[in-house]
Ligand binder design. Structure first.
Ligand code: FAD
Length: 344
């Protein structure tokens, strides 16, 4: 009989332990409303093209010991750029500034055994390309997706789907849920493998910028839940009352899935202007005043962290057991916040 080496036995035991302790997104979501244990998750961006995945690991390493409930990885669609060539002609180029969402998600999952939630968007994808991306995720063992429409491309005045692509995130949710039942684009495929994705979607406490009003936006959020999404991660907000009102309206509208608040600590004065114009959110005057007192980077960061800690404390006390942080790779800041909110 072949004997197993010590290394192989250790590997086997590690796999068993991992499988035993692995918390699936479904069980995490199920416990969300019932636990008072404070939890956190965070969003990461793939590194800019040309940079190494070490950037991602450096952002995760300091936070691993605090056991994040999941890490989400953003998706960045291709952009059109015009470059002046040496001969003076202008060349139109398609560039992908931050590729690697799927690979990074798999790398995180297998390096850290942390639940990972890659973002998928409709923009730039036909249904067929979406299906192939879903198959990649499934083969990689990734079970969770944040399904988004994506913003209009830089040259578009309004969002334009690809030919045969999705117009709205609810259609993407629908496609994913169909694949979970083994329904592929090609309806002649027989005995097709089913997938088991858990899908989340975005919610906007201050309304999505294109929606004519909050009620209209809420009905569209409900479409995504009715299509089968199991959780909502919100856009950043700086006034918790806005979030509480949003949760109340969601519940009244029959949206009963967990709503995970998204928090962004402000780390630079410039963000007082860029965040409202990019994300269509309000920054309370008190926060503007707190930050505007300072000119030194560290003082500004400290004031931004204090505000985020105050928000997080209040949200935990309100009953949100998980807070999702938009980090932009700044794990040092997130570490200060989670330590200040008592996460060990
Ligand atoms: P949808 O839910 O499709 O809504 C878009 C607009 O259409 C809304 O105004 C809605 O009211 C309206 N609408 C929806 N359905 C209908 C319908 N049937 N009929 C008429 N109107 C309808 N973008 C990226 O490119 N990559 C990312 O990784 C990314 N991550 C994000 C993470 C979070 C937590 C959030 C909050 C946003 C993220 N975004 C990302 C931005 C997001 O893609 C944009 O906000 C986009 O403009 C809308 O996406 P959505 O999924 O909310 O769209």
């Amino acid at each position: 009989m072949q004997t197993l080496s010590f290394g192989k036995v250790c590997f086997f035991i590690k796999c068993l332990i991992n499988a035993f302790f692995r918390i699936t997104m479904d069980s995490f979501l199920e416990k969300l409303g019932r636990t008072s244990q404070r939890q956190f998750s965070f969003e990461l961006l793939p590194p800019p093209k040309g940079k190494d995945i070490e950037l991602i690991y450096n952002a995760i390493d300091p936070l691993v010991e605090y056991k994040p409930s999941f890490i989400s990885v953003t998706y960045h669609r291709e952009e059109i750029a015009y470059k002046v060539r040496k001969d003076g002609f202008i060349e139109k180029k398609t560039i992908h500034k931050r590729p690697g969402t799927v690979a990074i998600s798999a790398a995180i999952k297998y390096k850290y055994n942390i639940t990972v939630v890659p973002h998928m968007i409709c923009g730039g994808f036909s249904r067929e390309e979406t299906e192939n991306a879903l198959i990649d995720l499934h083969f990689l063992g990734i079970r969770n997706i944040l399904a988004l429409r994506g913003d209009p491309a830089k040259f578009e005045t309004r969002f334009e789907p690809e030919a045969d692509g999705h117009h709205f995130a609810s259609e993407l949710v629908d496609q994913i849920l169909k694949l979970n039942k083994g329904i592929y684009n090609d309806d002649e495929l027989l005995n097709s493998t089913t997938t088991d994705f858990t899908v989340g979607v975005a919610g906007y406490p201050e309304k999505h910028f294109e929606a004519p009003n909050a009620e209209y936006d809420l009905q569209n959020l409900k479409r995504k839940i009715d299509a089968g999404a199991k959780f909502i991660i919100t856009q950043m907000f700086f006034n918790n009352q806005v979030f509480y009102n949003f949760v109340e309206k969601c519940r009244k509208a029959g949206i009963n899935v967990p709503i995970i608040p998204g928090i962004k600590p402000i780390t630079a004065l410039g963000q007082l202007y860029t965040l409202p114009s990019s994300f269509f959110i309000d920054i309370p005057q008190e926060l503007v005043s707190n930050l505007s007192k300072y000119s030194q980077k560290l003082d500004i960061e400290k004031a931004g962290i204090e505000w985020a800690v105050k928000q997080a404390e209040d949200l935990y006390n309100f009953g949100c057991s998980n807070i999702h942080y938009f980090t932009m790779g700044t794990s040092r800041i997130i570490k200060s916040i989670i330590e200040a909110t008592g996460i060990k």
